[in-house]
Design a protein around this ligand. Structure first.
Ligand SMILES: Nc1nc2c(ncn2[C@@H]2O[C@H](COP(=O)(O)OP(=O)(O)OP(=O)(O)O)[C@@H](O)[C@H]2O)c(=O)[nH]1
Ligand SMILES: [Mg+2]
Length: 203
């Protein structure tokens, strides 16, 4: 994917303030601190298009980005961070569910799992909603640089067990080494329905 432009469009909480343009869209979801914003930055090759943070739970809105004036990437709010006020926590489920249910131009959701963590209720709830609304899912195991190559399989097996998905369903990714970037782009492009002319290879 050749990135000619990547711009922040707006932050939203509800359908009435989602961007009105109906470019096709792919969203990124997962627990707080899993690396959603880092993945988007690596995909679009911008160091800080999306704010990343060592303080989990900072992104509490849906953030829309327009890429190449051609499609949108959406950074969804993370869930499951203990220090977030209860009132904010309670909004997350409905905010994400409503987005998934109503966003007609949404083509797929990239769901991130931390290689070091066992998926929790919210992760499984998200997968259930994606199935309910028949939204294609691109599962990604991230932060793979945190685990040595020969320990990867063992670390991943609780994720396979909890999600019921086979290993082949997952792309493995690291924002540090950028391993997995091309594989994830390929899946995102397919979901967006981009032809070869839109997705010119970068040298
Ligand atoms: N080692 C390593 N660290 C990563 C990777 N991806 C993200 N991080 C770090 O993990 C922390 C959280 O990353 P973010 O991208 O901000 O996570 P997020 O999912 O957007 O978090 P919220 O916006 O709070 O929901 C940051 O300190 C990142 O530098 C990775 O692949 N490897
Ligand atoms: Mg974030």
């Amino acid at each position: 994917m050749n990135i000619k432009s990547a711009v922040f469009v707006k932050s939203s909480t509800k359908p009435s303030n989602y961007p009105e343009d109906l470019l096709t869209e792919v969203a990124f979801a997962g627990r707080s601190n899993v690396g959603k914003s880092s993945l988007i930055n690596v995909l679009v090759q911008r160091k800080a298009l999306v704010r990343t943070s060592s303080t989990p739970g900072r992104t509490q809105l849906l953030n829309f980005f327009r890429i190449n004036d051609n499609f949108s990437l959406v950074d969804l709010p993370g869930y499951g961070f203990a220090k977030v006020p209860l009132a904010v926590k309670k909004q997350w489920g409905p905010m994400i569910r409503t987005y998934l249910e109503t966003r007609a131009n949404l083509r797929a959701v990239v769901v991130l799992f931390d290689i070091r963590r066992v998926p929790r209720d919210e992760d499984l709830q998200l997968l259930d909603w994606l199935e309910e609304f028949e939204i294609p899912t691109i599962p990604v195991i991230t932060k793979v640089d945190k685990v040595s190559k020969n320990r990867r399989k063992g670390q991943i097996s609780p994720i396979l067990e909890a999600t019921g998905l086979p290993l082949e369903a997952f792309s493995l990714f690291s924002a540090l080494s950028r391993e997995g970037r091309d594989d994830i782009w390929e899946r995102v492009e397919t979901a967006l329905g981009l032809g070869a002319e839109d997705a010119t290879e970068q040298a």
